[in-house]
Design a protein around this ligand. Structure first.
Ligand code: GDP
Length: 444
């Protein structure tokens, strides 16, 4: 439910540390008073969007910094309430002084995502747009940024609003029939309703199918490196990252846990995952490592099996798997040329990085295929996916009730409308809002 805290809060909107400038934002009803006090009375009646260069002071009238102040009058601000941006010099001591002064003035530090939450509570944006702001900030790829920008502008929201309207009109039709019709067959209504529900089911299915693309575009693809102990997984992992992240030894079973590091391949953002060598072992810790490795392979977007001999069991080539034969530096040219007749395998030496351009090209190609998506609308969060799955379930149940009972159809259509309201954040319970906004940083 939409519920608003009547409070004025502030937060640092730029990263911590030293920088040319840093931005502190204040939002809420006491923004003007705070600005008046902070500027030692210089700004009494701030004008919307006007920027001013001036000194700010603490409660004892000691100079804090020379800053740029920009005021936005509610409701025409990011949050929908009065809001001020203070651009200070980017020194943590200055920021600390501004913080202490604002606390002295009775303001409080913002909770994570509270600026965006206020925008949502003031009906400036819906919940899908709020999540898109988060995915915009966190996107690791150009495509992820474009997708998030598109969703912030409201295209995905407009699509879901239209789908919700379609269900409402289908429900209206069913209810009208229930009210006035004296016949028991309702044949026309059922045919018409089935047609609309089928169309909506297709649209829902298409939106759900975009969830995986969005994750690949914003967070990045999970690429697992696996194989038997000592085949050179950690060496390959380090070479792909260009630094010694994983420990390399010739003792089998050293990597016991999985190690993850982000990187990029071509246009793709990836997370490389080094795993424990897969073998039968009695050592309980190593055993756990093997189980975890298997889990990572199962969840991965792409898995790279490392082998050193062609006699090893090779995973069948699928769109999710690559097989790499490592340690080619130990082979002579004739041996290598002989092996290279096998076109399903990529040949590398992780030690001297030979074969890497081919390996990277193959990874890039696989990820290109996985991120190709022609859908006009794409969802960007797990919450959106789960919500759409609930809608899909209601629509299926509306369609599948055997006796074509109009009351049952109406019940499920009503359920789907309710879930659309959750999706857009019209009636989202507090715990859902909490989980959406807690993923933001303070100051966003
Ligand atoms: P992991 O157990 O599969 O992670 O294997 P490591 O990366 O720890 O490597 C095991 C041993 O193989 C180490 O002694 C590495 O130096 C060696 N090694 C790894 N890759 C290569 C390679 O391309 N060529 C050669 N000659 N040795 C390698």
């Amino acid at each position: 439910m939409k519920k608003k805290k009547e409070n004025t809060f502030f937060g640092l909107s730029t990263p911590q540390g030293r920088s040319a400038t840093a931005t502190i934002r204040i939002s809420g009803e006491k923004t003007r008073t705070a600005l008046h006090r902070l500027t030692s009375g210089k700004i009494k009646n701030p004008k919307h969007r006007k920027s001013t260069v001036l000194n700010i002071y603490n409660k004892n009238n000691n100079l804090i910094d020379n800053v740029v102040v920009v005021f936005f009058e509610g409701p025409n601000s990011y949050t929908g309430d009065d809001l001020v941006e203070i651009h200070t010099h980017g020194n943590p001591i200055i920021i600390n002084r501004v913080y202490n002064t604002l606390l002295d003035f009775g303001l409080r530090i913002a909770e994570p995502g509270e600026f965006t939450r206020s925008a949502y509570l003031n009906n400036k944006i819906d919940l899908i747009q709020a999540e898109s702001i988060l995915s915009l900030i966190n996107s690791n790829t150009k495509e992820g940024v474009n997708l998030s920008l598109n969703n912030i502008s409201g295209t995905l929201s407009a699509k879901t609003v239209q789908m919700r309207m379609d269900i409402i009109s289908a429900l209206g039709f069913v209810e009208y029939e229930l009210d006035i019709s004296e016949t028991d067959t309702h044949k026309n209504t059922i045919v018409k309703t089935h047609k609309s529900v089928k169309k909506l089911l297709l649209e829902t299915k298409e939106l759900i199918s975009t969830a995986k693309y969005a994750r690949l575009k914003t967070v990045g693809a999970r690429v697992v490196i696996y194989g038997k102990p000592n085949v050179g997984k950690s060496t390959l992992f380090n070479s792909l990252l260009n630094y010694e992240r994983s420990i390399v030894t010739n003792i089998a079973g050293t990597t016991r846990d999985t190690i993850e590091e982000p990187s990029t391949v071509g246009n793709h953002s990836v997370v490389f995952i080094d795993t424990a060598g897969i073998r039968t072992t009695k050592n309980p810790i190593e055993k756990l490592g093997v189980v975890r490795a298997q889990e990572k392979i199962d969840e991965a977007d792409l898995s790279i099996q490392i082998i050193t001999k062609l006699t090893e069991t090779v995973t069948k080539k699928t769109k999710n798997n690559l097989t790499v034969l490592n340690k080619t530096d130990l082979l002579n040219e004739a041996q290598l040329n002989n092996l290279k007749t096998n076109k399903n395998i990529i040949f590398v030496s992780a030690k001297n990085k030979s074969g890497f351009p081919t390996l990277l090209k193959h990874i890039n190609q696989k990820l290109d295929l996985k991120t190709q998506n022609k859908s006009e609308h794409q969802i960007t969060s797990l919450r959106q996916e789960q919500s759409l799955k609930k809608i899909q379930k209601e629509l299926k149940e509306a369609l599948e009730n055997k006796e074509n009972n109009l009351e049952i159809i109406a019940h499920h259509l009503g359920g789907a409308i309710k879930e659309f309201d959750n999706l857009l954040g019209k009636t989202s319970p507090d715990d859902i809002l909490e989980s959406v906004f807690s993923n933001f940083c303070v100051g966003k």
